[in-house]
Write a protein that binds this ligand. Structure first.
Ligand SMILES: [Zn+2]
Length: 471
């Protein structure tokens, strides 16, 4: 069975078939952070979900081009820029840097491209010009440009592909200027917003006068520039379905840049919401967590990543500190099993064990069923521990099990516990102690051991030789 994924466009699980005729290359766009604050744990759930999709596609042998934009021009940012009286770039740079650091802490593979909206104004202007030329956009007296839903629908296109919309209530030509609005407020949306005093210094020249882009057009312009007018996968949190993604489809397909019959995006994937301790996250409830809040509580990036990968991406996930403890315990079980395997394993690389890999792939092929994938892994770990305790596993089998884990972890990315680097001075002492033992100078060996201890390191003798670890 090949990979099957739920497609929001069809509201059904479909075979995933790449657009590339060779079936090899995949273009994937994920809506990235709006850099006006630190990303919270709900945002991280979506970004880790995007990382899982990319890693699993790579595991299956595809060549993935993953683009994640940086939204650095939009209503909330401009408001904060005005409040803090900081230049736009200076304000966003701080949160952008924090975002990339957090991405690393959570062991997400770096997207291949991370375009900033502020650096794609010419592409955005060109796309709006196409929509104007096709009669799907119109200018207003304040120097703005709006997308006409009426004209778009009159041409036979469907507005409301990802969500069902009720057009009976809609008044033709009514406009919405803000980047975010509810389904009930469906109206012509802003492609370009004419400059107003509240924008401060955030504006660019355009054929329609000074102003700035609407949020939705940014993603259409950047995704099509880097991935072409039609690409395979577009991901985001379910809160982005409307209006953001719906508007992206209308703008991108309205521009008529696809081949006849071609779509802007083949497959839309949306990650579900996250609750914290059973409730919607809110600063006022004290259940609002950024990554740094959780790190400050003593959790590690891999524990947080593991917790966020326990639930299916389309299920609302209840994130709890208890769940983080459970992730810590689960990882400790895996680490313990891996440590024993490493002590036993033959040095030669062994091929990965096919049955577990097969079960893992079967689970993830089924719309990324992570629960079944973890189930197979823990079952295998139990079985391995049983064999190890009965001395029923040889060095070759242990090496094979380790190779299997490496393959699985290329998708899960929960990695190894952070090994503390051994300083050269400590390594020299360890070598001296080993040399003394070899020369049967046990007095000297013990003296070096004590010296290491005084410096905070303890020697562990293992079947593979001696190593040091922090006291
Ligand atoms: Zn977007």
């Amino acid at each position: 069975m090949g990979l099957r994924l739920f497609n929001t466009l069809s509201r059904s699980v479909q075979d995933f078939v790449p657009l590339d005729p060779a079936g090899k290359k995949i273009g994937m766009y994920c809506c990235g952070p709006t850099v006006y604050d630190f990303a919270h744990i709900g945002n991280w759930r979506t970004f880790i979900f995007g990382d899982l999709v990319r890693r699993y596609l790579e595991f299956k042998g595809y060549t993935v081009q993953r683009v994640m934009n940086i939204t650095d021009v939009e209503d909330k940012i401009i408001k904060r820029v005005q409040e803090t009286q900081t230049p736009l770039r200076e304000f966003t740079a701080r949160f952008e840097t924090a975002f990339f650091n957090d991405l690393k802490t959570l062991n997400c593979r770096m997207p291949h491209q991370t375009p900033r909206a502020s650096e794609h104004i010419p592409e955005i202007v060109a796309l709006i010009e196409k929509l104007l030329a096709r009669g799907l956009a119109y200018r207003t007296a304040d120097g703005s440009v709006y997308f006409s839903i009426e004209k778009y629908r009159a041409g036979g296109a469907q507005y409301g592909q990802l969500v069902k919309l009720n057009f009976d209530e809609m008044r033709v030509g009514e406009r919405v200027r803000s980047d975010e609005y509810a389904k009930e407020a469906v109206a012509d949306f802003a492609l370009w917003k004419g400059r107003v005093p509240e924008d401060g210094a955030v504006f660019w020249p355009s054929p329609w006068g000074e102003g700035r882009p609407g949020w939705h057009i940014e993603c259409s312009a950047m995704s099509m520039k880097l991935l072409g007018p039609s690409f395979d996968l577009h991901l985001g949190g379910e809160d982005l379905m409307f209006p953001h993604h719906e508007d992206e489809i209308a703008q991108s397909e309205g521009a008529g840049v696809q081949l006849p019959g071609g779509r802007f995006v083949q497959h839309w994937l949306h990650g579900a919401h996250l609750l914290v301790e059973g409730r919607k996250m809110a600063k006022s409830l004290g259940n609002f967590f950024t990554l740094r809040d959780l790190l400050a509580k003593g959790f590690t990036g891999r524990e947080i990543r593991c917790a966020l990968l326990t639930a299916h991406y389309r299920e609302t996930f209840n994130f709890t500190l208890e769940g983080l403890q459970a992730a810590r315990a689960a990882l400790a079980r895996i680490d313990d099993c891996l440590r024993k395997l490493r002590e036993l394993a033959a040095p030669a690389k062994e091929p990965a064990d096919p049955p577990l890999l097969g079960q893992f792939a079967e689970a993830l092929d089924d719309d990324l069923n992570v629960s079944a994938a973890w189930g197979a892994i823990f079952e295998a770990a139990r079985e391995t521990n049983r064999k190890l305790s009965e001395n029923a596993m040889d060095a070759t089998a242990a090496a094979g099990a380790l190779a299997t884990w490496d393959r699985l972890d290329s998708v899960l990315g929960v990695g190894a516990p952070q090994e503390v680097a051994v300083p050269p001075e400590i390594q020299t002492l360890l070598d001296a102690r080993q040399a003394a033992r070899k020369a049967r100078d046990f007095k000297r060996a013990d003296a070096v051991r004590d010296e290491l201890k005084a410096k905070g390191w303890v020697i562990e003798d293992t079947p593979k030789g001696a190593r040091v670890k922090r006291l």
